[in-house]
Design a protein around this ligand. Structure first.
Ligand code: URP
Ligand code: ZN
Ligand code: ZN
Length: 466
């Protein structure tokens, strides 16, 4: 199958140009002006007119949790529903977190995630590994996972009794990763201190979702961020702070980068567009319960600065959807029992386009960089994904930067009964989405097939982690 995309503005992280893009099979075969009508662009099966549109590399969301077990229930999107929703929103790769259960091996966890995803995904996918039990055995397993293309390990200083690892365990995992070439990802909040404040709040009758946002102090995120970066420096391993939400944590990343530490971080749409106020309004606030929590509005200004100055390299979603009715309501009367997580995988590319590019804070090239190119470079997919270039996978989006649409649970494709952005009008939308050369979204319809997506065996990305 040969497809020619004509007359679009090709947007890459390092620049934009008017160009036609020739896709041959699964890859980009040619790029340049005037391919239509030339010998190179002859004999095509299909032409897609991208006049007035951008042609961008498909989004890469490096932080999703399909079917994650949490708080006695499971994140509602399966790999089938969640990856399809991602495609609707212009994302053509997800990296999801396989989970090691306490007392179990990494292998068991990873095999379970492979079984869930294989044959079900609309788009290409890979895995990181959550380590919740650092032992001699699980440390030894890490090297094998890196060899299998699962090159990053997430550890937690939050969620005592579930995912939390003590500093010694974190440090041991870091040392192992320093040797095997992988990347350490950290959920950095001081979970032990948070649990003290949370128990005090509940004892004082402060049980509404709003208090979830109050008890998880920004300083607890800042403290843990500093701690894990210092540990990573001692171990000689690069560290990536996931879902960074606060000015406090960002300052720690800035300071670390200023002194030359290999410290990196992502933020998420919820921290850029929602605030602590959204957690108010009685139990409705449960729709916005995630960890770290939504912050007061002043933190957002700093996060945008972090994106502009590259102290934050990536915007990922932390997509982890729970229905309001039947799942979030497990926490009626005690915010500690509300499953943590928000839906966003479908909305990320448009939200960042609207709130970043249209609002004038970042360029369209930076938008592509934080949503696609940096994720590819930092997570072992450079050259293959995240770029519109000859030889790269034809994961392409014909993006209309002018089209406005209203985000709503009544029209989204995520399998969850509410939207955090209900009624928000955003400018920009994915018209045509191509995954490895196959059109999977067109005219608002899914035209792909379950199982189109393949597992991505990723390489270590040390050369890019500077
Ligand atoms: O609230 C969140 N973030 N839920 C998903 C699990 C995690 O910590 O990433
Ligand atoms: Zn986390
Ligand atoms: Zn997460």
């Amino acid at each position: 199958m040969r497809t020619l995309i004509t007359n679009g503005t090709v947007v890459n992280a390092d620049g934009s140009q008017q160009a036609d893009v020739l896709v041959d099979g699964e890859t980009i075969a040619a790029l340049g002006q005037g391919l239509a009508g030339s010998a190179v662009g002859a004999n095509v099966d299909r032409t897609i007119d991208a006049t007035g549109k951008y042609v961008i590399p498909g989004g890469i969301d490096v932080h999703t949790h399909m079917e994650l077990p949490f708080g006695g229930t499971f994140a509602k999107d399966t790999f089938e529903t969640g990856s399809r929703a991602a495609a609707f929103g212009g994302t053509t790769t997800i990296l999801d977190f396989a989970v090691q259960a306490k007392g179990k091996s990494l292998r068991e966890g990873l095999d379970a995630w492979h079984a869930r995803a294989e044959g079900n995904c609309a788009i290409d996918y890979g895995f990181h590994m959550i380590m919740s039990d650092v032992t001699d055995e699980s440390l030894a397993e890490m090297d094998q996972l890196v060899a299998e293309g699962v090159t990053d390990f997430k550890l937690f200083t939050a969620y005592p009794g579930v995912f939390l690892s003590d500093d010694g365990s974190i440090f041991r995992a870091m040392q192992q990763t320093a040797r095997n070439g992988g990347l350490i990802m950290m959920h950095a909040e001081n979970g032990m201190a948070i649990d003290v404040v949370a128990a005090q709040a509940v004892a004082a009758g402060q049980t509404d979702p709003y208090y979830h946002g109050v008890v998880r102090y920004p300083t607890f995120e800042g403290e843990a961020t500093n701690r894990v970066i210092r540990l990573a420096e001692a171990a000689g391993v690069p560290v990536y702070i996931v879902h960074l939400s606060s000015h406090d944590a960002l300052d720690e990343v800035r300071h670390a980068r200023d002194r030359g530490a290999l410290a990196f971080a992502e933020t998420c749409p919820q921290y850029l567009f929602l605030t602590l106020d959204d957690l108010g309004n009685g139990f409705e606030g449960a729709k916005f319960v995630c960890s770290p929590p939504l912050r007061p509005a002043e933190h957002q200004v700093e996060l945008w600065k972090g994106i502009i100055r590259d102290d934050l390299q990536i915007v990922a979603t932390d997509h982890c959807p729970f229905d309001f009715h039947g799942q979030k309501d497990l926490g009626v009367g005690d915010f500690r029992k509300i499953p943590n997580g928000l839906p966003a995988v479908e909305d990320r590319v448009d939200l960042v386009h609207d709130g970043g590019v249209v609002a004038g804070g970042i360029t369209k090239e930076r938008w592509v960089e934080i949503c696609s190119t940096s994720p590819a470079r930092m997570f072992g997919l450079a050259g293959r994904k995240g770029v519109v270039a000859v030889g790269a996978d034809a994961d392409l989006v014909v993006y209309d930067p002018a089209r406005k649409h209203t985000i709503s649970a009544s029209t989204h494709h995520m399998n969850v009964d509410y939207s955090c952005y209900e009624g928000r009008v955003v400018q920009g939308g994915s018209d045509v989405v191509m995954s490895r050369g196959k059109v999977i979204i067109e005219n608002g319809q899914y035209t792909g097939a379950r199982g189109d997506g393949r597992f991505l065996k990723r390489s270590v990305a040390r050369d890019y982690l500077r």
